[in-house]
Design a protein. Structure first.
Length: 143
């Protein structure tokens, strides 16, 4: 009887471990959740300003905006906006497209964020140490 109890307990532990691995996010890679909001009628530019929101505050190490259409055919798509951490970036929870973030600088010195095309398909890629996140978005025409 003892051997059978041990076997059942061992089998329950193995099945519980398999369940936790396959059906929970305990062992999954953590990702930064990104949301965005288009601020209509502000800015007076070709497209309305876009604000990005993160699920919490993160000390960003890299921020890049690329065209998803270009990424579909090009392994290394052109970056419309690319910032990297200077040393220790300030934990950030939200920011506007093209804004200079404290503790970050353009990857190419002196290069500012490029204008986005209304209705274009873009993706923002964010890194904060080992954590990563990405979100697709479409700018709108400024009215």
């Amino acid at each position: 009887m003892k051997n059978r109890t041990r076997f059942l307990l061992f089998a329950a532990l193995i099945l519980g471990g398999l369940y936790a691995y396959n059906f929970t996010d305990w062992f999954a890679e953590k990702k930064i959740q990104i949301k965005y909001r288009i601020l209509s009628g502000r800015g007076g530019k070709q497209v309305d300003p876009i604000t990005f929101y993160l699920e919490g505050e993160f000390p960003l190490t890299s921020l890049k905006v690329i065209s998803t259409d270009e990424a579909a055919t090009n392994k290394y798509p052109h970056a419309y906006w690319h910032l990297i951490s200077d040393s220790n970036s300030i934990p950030t929870a939200d920011f506007l497209y093209g804004e200079q973030l404290k503790g970050m600088k353009p990857k190419v010195a002196g290069l500012a964020a490029e204008s986005l095309q209304p209705g274009g398909n873009y993706r923002i890629l964010i890194e904060a140490g080992k954590l990563k996140g990405e979100k697709d978005f479409q700018p709108r025409n400024a009215k």
